[in-house]
Design a protein around this ligand. Structure first.
Ligand SMILES: [Zn+2]
Ligand SMILES: [Zn+2]
Length: 161
C-alpha cells in the first residue's frame, strides 16, 4: 500500500475529512528519505510552489504520526525532527552536535541489548530509540568540541580514581 492510501485508510477510520493539502505534504515527505523539522518541510514545499499554510502543516503532522507514516526522531534547538518510517527499515542515528549531520545505522548488538533488558525487567519491547550524539569526522578533524571532549575525558578519569 502506498503512503497516501495508508493515510486515506486512517482518515476514514477516524471519520475525518481528507484534504488535498495533506496528500501534497505526504508526497513531499516520501519523495526522499530525510530528517526534517516542520519549518524545513514548509520551505521544501514552498520552493516547489506548493501552497500550504504553516498552520495546516502543523495540524497535519500529528495525524501523520498517528497514522504511522512518520515519527519524531530527535529534539534539537527547540525543534522536533521527524522522518518517514512507513515502509522504511528500522535504524538508529548518529547525530553531529555541530553541523547537524545524521548518519543512520543498524546493528544487531542493539537488538540484543533490547532483548536482554526486556527480559530483565519483564518488558515486552515493541520499539526503541537509540541516538548517539557527538561530532562527525569532518567537524572532529576541524577541532570542534575538543574542549568538551577533554572535559569529558577528565571527568571520566576522576570517576575512575
Ligand atoms: Zn559535523
Ligand atoms: Zn533516520
Amino acid at each position: 500500500m502506498d503512503p497516501i492510501d495508508k493515510f486515506r485508510e486512517y482518515i476514514k477510520e477516524k471519520g475525518l475529512r481528507n484534504t488535498p493539502e495533506r496528500e501534497t505534504i505526504i508526497e513531499e515527505i516520501f519523495c526522499t528519505h530525510d530528517h526534517f523539522d516542520a519549518d524545513e518541510l514548509f520551505l521544501r514545499l514552498r520552493n516547489k510552489r506548493r501552497r500550504i499554510s504553516k498552520a495546516s502543516l502543523y495540524r497535519t503532522i500529528p495525524l501523520l504520526i498517528e497514522s504511522g507514516l512518520i515519527k519524531e526522531v530527535y529534539f534539537e534547538n527547540g525543534h522536533r525532527h521527524y522522518e518517514q518510517i512507513y515502509g522504511y527499515k528500522h535504524h538508529c542515528h548518529l547525530r553531529c552536535a555541530n553541523c547537524g549531520k545524521i548518519i543512520e545505522f543498524a546493528d544487531d548488538e542493539v537488538v540484543k541489548i533490547q532483548e536482554r533488558i526486556g527480559k530483565k525487567y519483564g518488558f515486552v519491547i515493541t520499539s526503541h530509540r537509540f541516538e548517539l550524539v557527538g561530532y562527525c569526522p569532518q567537524c572532529a578533524k576541524r577541532g570542534v568540541g575538543r574542549k568538551r571532549r577533554q572535559l569529558f575525558t577528565k571527568e571520566r578519569g576522576k570517576e575512575a580514581r
